[in-house]
Every structure is written in structure tokens, then in C-alpha cells.
Design a protein around this ligand. Structure first.
Ligand code: SAM
Ligand code: SF4
Length: 340
């Protein structure tokens, strides 16, 4: 492979991490993520497997070292395992270093072994409570036993697991102790996330917003938390979480605090939607349409020029804010569209 200049934005940040949302569809309807009734995109709007593969390879040639497959729920897309296998074959010294996945776990039981075989070693599973009834309420109909079976299968397959929990006032704020204990016992990292103002959900975000600074203080009243400097991935493309070691369990808890303490200075990522739009920041509208040139037959050189021009427009930071006065949604697109 000839060496190519990496993608570097105007603030000197090298873009080494790509997230691909392979579908906007999902089998759940989490209250902070989607509306109960969603209209999903028609099939022809979606990038095909071949188009996703081509863009994935192009990004890897331009310096992507970590690639995350997400959605919507990525495992509900029929050809997703084929894509994961193809991209997994790019894992090589000097090429892709890590292929990871974010999933709700509902379809994980039947895919866990295949993910490992394709080269995936770590996954994030979203789980906001260990209480079956509350799980059903938060996900608007999901089954906790299905997600737990998926997590068990992933562990048995040898995948390292991080549990992602969105902190919601009055909804799961009493669930964190159980999750922390369970994760410690199972050997999973736990990561709490502040709810972000993305997409209309039919709910008032201010009512649910729970600052993690408050949560950490509460946890520290009965758990011994020590700052853990080790990032998520040993430095390939560290994520935005700040981690703490829990003395009582030996496990780790991370906090993703886009609202109370943004993490943009070290941002190394961009996001590709299932329709081929490249978003340069989760919390800004800056974007580039890759599907039109792709479908018009652009060469790799032309696609590379389009990517470089887009990265030159990456904003310095997001401007998320959750306020009492409406609107409480700042960015119209849902997380499931941009890829969480
Ligand atoms: N369906 C998969 C899942 O739930 O893990 C992958 C996509 S989901 C959009 C990715 C992550 O985004 C999940 O951990 C979810 O909890 C989180 N998420 C969704 N909407 C969010 C919001 N408005 N604020 C914060 N996190 C959100
Ligand atoms: Fe689906 Fe994930 Fe959004 Fe929940 S957070 S509705 S599982 S895409």
C-alpha cells in the first residue's frame, strides 16, 4: 500500500476514527433516541453493501485506524455481517487496527461468534437498566432477557464488552448501583452518557436531563472511585469517556459528559450515515454528501478530494445545551441517523 497523507482538520486533529451508521432502522424505540412512530428511509436511499465497502476502504487508505459499525440497530440490517467480514479483512499492521460495534444486543446471540471470527474484539452494548419492566418502558417494548442473552453470548465468544447507559432523571437514576455491581462481576466496563439534544422524541429532554457531575458525586458517597488514566483503546483512537476505577468491584466506570464538560479538543472522528452523508461533528450541521458523487461514478482520486475538502470544514466543537425553554432539541436528526 502506498503511503498517503492522513486526513487532518484545520485544528491539527488527525481523523483516524470513522463511525458508520449502516441503517436508520431499529427493533427498539428508546425514549431518548426515537419517537414511538418512526418513518424509516426507503431502501434505495441507503448505501448498498458495495458502496459502504468502497467508502470504508477509502477511509482506511486515508488513515482510519478505528472503525465503528453502528446505527440504528446495525444487526437488523441483513447484509451487515458481510460488511463486517469485509472490513474485518482490512485489519492489518499499518491499516485498520480495530473494528468495533455498537448494538442494543437484541440480535447479538446469533451474531456474537461471527463477529469474533470477523476480527471484532470489542463491542458496546446499550443497556439502561437491569429491571425487565423498566427496560420495556425505556425501550418502548424491548425484552431484557433477549439483550442479556446477547451479552452472555458475546462474552462466551471472547468479545470485550462495554455497557453504555444513558442517564435519565426519574427513569433509571436508581439503576446505576446494580449496573456497576453487575458489570464489575461480569468484567465489563460501564459507561454513563448524558442525554444529548438530538432529534425529536416526543419527550421533554429537560425533564430527563441528569448531569453526570451529580451522578458521580452520588456514586462517590458509597463507592470508592479513583481516576483511571487508561483510555478506552490503548490510544489508537481514544473515546470521549473519562474513566474511574471502582475499588470495591475492580471494574471501571466511565462518564461521557458532552453537556457538562465537552471533549472536542481531542476529537478524532467523523460519522458516515447510511445514506452516505458525512457528518463532521455530532452536534453541528456541517456535512458532505458522498452518495451523489459515488453514484455519479467518481474515481477514488475524486472521492479523496471530496473527503479532504470536507475534513477542512470540520468544526472546532459542538454547542450542545439543554435548556428549560423550548426547543430542547437542537439538532433535528436523530442519533440513530448520525450513528451514536
Ligand atoms: N442501536 C444501537 C444501540 O442502541 O447501541 C446503536 C445505535 S445508538 C443510536 C448508539 C448509542 O447512542 C446508544 O448507546 C444510545 O444509548 C445512545 N443514544 C441515542 N440517543 C441518544 C441521545 N439523545 N443522547 C445520548 N445518547 C444517545
Ligand atoms: Fe434503537 Fe439504539 Fe436508538 Fe435505542 S438507542 S432506539 S436501540 S438505535
Amino acid at each position: 500500500m502506498t503511503s498517503v497523507a492522513p486526513l487532518v482538520d484545520p485544528f491539527g486533529r488527525t481523523i483516524s476514527y470513522l463511525r458508520i451508521s449502516v441503517t436508520d432502522r431499529c427493533d427498539l424505540r428508546c425514549v431518548y433516541c426515537m419517537q414511538e412512530q418512526m418513518t424509516f428511509l426507503p431502501r434505495e436511499e441507503l448505501l448498498s453493501f458495495e458502496e459502504l465497502e468502497r467508502l470504508g476502504r477509502l477511509f482506511i487508505r486515508l488513515g482510519t485506524r478505528k472503525l465503528r459499525i453502528t446505527g440504528g440497530e446495525p444487526l437488523v440490517r441483513r447484509d451487515v455481517m458481510r460488511l463486517i467480514e469485509t472490513l474485518g479483512s482490512e485489519i492489518a499492521p499499518g491499516g485498520l487496527e480495530e473494528l468495533v460495534l455498537t448494538t442494543n444486543g437484541s440480535q447479538l446471540a446469533r451474531h456474537a461468534a461471527g463477529l469474533y471470527a470477523a476480527g471484532v474484539r470489542r463491542i458496546n452494548v446499550s443497556l439502561d437498566t437491569l429491571d425487565a419492566e423498566r427496560f420495556r418502558t425505556i425501550t418502548r417494548g424491548g425484552r431484557l432477557d433477549q439483550t442479556l442473552a446477547g451479552i452472555a453470548a458475546a462474552k462466551a465468544a471472547g468479545l470485550r464488552i462495554k455497557i453504555n447507559t444513558v442517564a435519565l432523571k426519574g427513569t433509571n437514576e436508581d439503576a446505576f448501583d446494580d449496573l456497576l455491581l453487575w458489570c464489575g462481576r461480569e468484567g465489563f466496563d460501564l459507561c454513563l452518557i448524558e442525554t444529548m439534544p438530538l432529534g425529536e422524541t416526543g419527550e421533554n429532554r429537560f425533564d430527563r436531563y441528569l448531569p453526570l457531575s451529580t451522578v458521580r458525586q452520588r456514586l462517590q458517597s458509597h463507592w470508592t472511585l479513583r481516576r483511571d488514566a487508561e483510555p478506552e483503546t490503548g490510544g489508537v483512537a481514544p473515546g470521549p469517556a473519562r474513566y474511574w476505577r471502582v475499588a470495591e468491584t475492580g471494574g471501571r466506570i466511565g462518564f461521557i459528559t458532552p453537556l457538562t464538560d465537552h471533549f472536542c479538543d481531542a476529537c478524532n472522528r467523523v460519522r458516515l450515515t447510511c445514506t452516505g452523508t458525512l457528518f463532521l461533528c455530532l452536534g453541528q450541521e456541517d456535512q458532505a454528501d458522498l452518495r451523489t458523487p459515488l453514484r455519479a461514478g467518481a474515481s477514488d482520486q475524486e472521492m479523496e478530494a471530496i473527503l479532504r475538502e470536507a475534513i477542512a470544514r470540520k468544526p472546532r466543537k459542538h454547542d450542545f445545551m439543554i435548556t428549560e425553554a423550548p426547543p430542547t432539541t437542537q439538532i433535528a436528526r436523530h442519533m440513530s441517523m448520525t450513528g451514536g
